[in-house]
Design a protein around this ligand. Sequence first.
Ligand code: DGJ
Length: 726
Amino acid sequence: MKKKILIVLLIMGGLLSTLSAQRSFIRISTDETDLVLLVAPNGRLYQGYLGKRLLRETDLDNFSYLASTGTGDSNWEVYPGSGAEDYFEPALAVTHNDGNMATILTYVSSETKKLNSNVTETVIYLKDRVYPTEVVLYFTAYAKENIIKTRSEIKHKEKKPVTIWRYASNMLYFESSRYFLTEFSGDWAKEVRMSTQELLFGKKIIDTKLGSRAAMHTYPFFEVGLDGIPRENEGNVLMGTLGWTGNFQFTFEVDNTGNLRVLSGINPYASAYELKPGEVFSTPEFIFTFSHCGTGKASRNIHDWAREYQLKDGKGDRLTLLNNWEATYFDFDEKKLEELMKEAKSLGVDMFLLDDGWFANKYPRENDRAGLGDWEVNRSKLPDGIPHLVKSAKDADVKFGIWIEPEMVNPKSELFEKHPEWVIHQPNRETYYFRNQLVLDLSNPVVQDYVFGVVDKIMTENPGIAYFKWDCNSPITNVYSPYLKEKQNQLYIDHVRGVYKVFEKVKTKYPNIPMMLCSGGGARCDYEALKYFTEFWCSDTDPIERLYIQWGYSYFFPVKSMAAHVTSWNKSTSLKFRTDVAMMCKLGFDISLKEMDEKELAYCQGAVANYNRLKRVILDGDFYRLISPYETNHTAVMNVSKEKNKAVLYAYDIHPRYGEKLLPVKLQGLDPAKTYKIEEINLIPRTTSRMISNGKSYSGDYLMKVGLNLFTTNRISSRIIEITQQ
Ligand code: DGJ
């Protein structure tokens, strides 16, 4: 009997391998896009096609034909190794045990399986015929959202460790007449500024070497417009993002034939990695969408995908909050905090969030020069400890959240005195400080345990804590790991992996606690970290900059994941304007009600009530960018519920010119056949709307074709409109 089964299995195995040998193409499809990979007669894997989904299955035979005659785009190798006949940037580079630096991968097999009715995973196995190096490529296609997520794994069976010095997550090729790259760059308080340039022959690299606060100057996402600059509602555009909370690199290389290669992965800078035999080097996920109708639809697809599959608690609710950072900075005591808790309640938000400054005794956290690392409550500011504050919040009928920055240390701290060997810093040079602090060495498992312990201790002592704001204010400086010793070239990678180990442990033990990812503003904003965080802090900044920042992030992140607070920055702007800007995302306040007059307070209370009422539309609806602040002196965006029965429209005048011609704003995403009522909300108490359309009803068709007059020539003014199906 056993023999028979064995024979059947052998025949089946034979059949499967014969099938895969005959199959010369691999099709990775979403509802809108096909990525077709070809196995050529030389046994290597090439990209045959990336574009609009092909309608006829039989057309794929044309690709098989190209592959079998070897006349396809044979230089478009899917995962090119160094040292072969391709003279451009490789995806993989390995120095083998004998010193040879060439790697050529050939196709072994592949398998495709449906993970559910919307998600298909394709796994492709490659190997070098000369050296025992193996690569596995993973492609996960999300049909409805038109997203492909891809990553690779590298391993080998040589006798001794090999050095890998290129290890891309993915490589894509495009053939077009012109290419336009939109990049996102900036710094604290001016995050994600967008700029577009044409890509001509040669390389354009976007990368970071900052290590921990990695996205401080540039962000792990980009757009490439084919034929023209990326447009909102038309044109072919690639939008890609890397899930890596450390040094990343995107290389855009236009080659000698005018084709574009897009290489995405960890930045290999100072990171030649020693890979032991049998060890698997897993690259981060590169997530991309190739849209054939512009960036607007692509963003909505990314938002849907993120909420459904990637973001922590992507489908859940979000807490509105009052944060004490800008209200008190480091200067607070129990009484002040308790007043703020009551203010939170009176505003109508869900939670009070205690920010920086609550800890450390020997070197009290009175400013940013001391105390980081000593996560004991500061007894002179808060003699009754955190449990008392949690109770006070309960008494005030709000939840309680707390700020931590557990990956960092001030040299003026007991932690540094006790464990200087836990800290990344040079043993033989003068130390340079970024915000007076240093980064803990998360490549060290003992330090990982310590960082997890910070959260675990707070939670064990205060099970009532409802939220964490997890900050990270410094890049890796004085780059030397006392733990890694002679393997410093692994620091940038092992550090990030250590960070993930901690995130994973926190998520496993406290799966339901919402957490904000903060990095001195928005310098951590990637889809790997967001598996562990419900939202990220986009910036500490004034509301005008915020309009550009929220606009920029919205290309890749749903507003639900973007924390936005009303602050005291730029007091020349009205509180209404500041609130109307924050209402666009996950709303919070970073301001004391004492700064408000009676009317302003009533206005804010009304705004919070409106936000709570419209939360599902704002946080889970479809987001439309209507008018760009980069192209006009105004900006407008809107959210439309999935059922198309409710929408929230935001319009801002930034710096209009005298006598400027004001154009109506054409809405998007409504049902043309439905009738909608227009009502301005968030009005200053005892004022009425000046919009002539206020209170009137229009068809969705009219609103989308003719539009509404939303803008004015008033500087820095705003209005929010609720749109309801009649
Ligand atoms: C930087 C953050 O962006 C601020 O919101 C605040 O939490 C401070 N860190 C605290 O040090």
